[in-house]
Design a protein around this ligand. Sequence first.
Ligand code: 5GP
Ligand code: ZN
Length: 113
Amino acid sequence: MDCIFCQIVAGKVPSEIVHQDEEIIAFRDINPQAPTHLLIIPKRHIPSLIQLAEAELPVLGRMVNVANQLARGESIAESGYRLVVNCGEEGGQVVPHLHLHLLGGRRLSDAMG
Ligand code: 5GP
Ligand code: ZN
């Protein structure tokens, strides 16, 4: 098990966990790009968005729901926020375990990449 996010799920690597349920955990990014920068991940190891099977689509909806709840908790629901999924090398994905970035707390760049 050399996946860093699986190790966070297993509690073998410390992280600041902000949400946990049967299927999903969320924690603060170690290198935040905005005042709020959370990562929302499925506990199950799914390597990337492109490898999300049709049968697994519901977990993505539940991840979005957790992100929305966390945005309210971080008081950025009204000011606005951004959800990002990087997929593959040119998409900027570094950790090969599906994750949503929740970014907010400042005006984010207009650039989309
Ligand atoms: P990616 O570029 O794959 O979309 O994003 C991976 C994110 O995971 C990066 O923002 C990086 O800072 C974060 N990250 C990588 N390793 C760790 C870790 O061990 N703990 C936490 N909390 N975040 C991590
Ligand atoms: Zn993993």
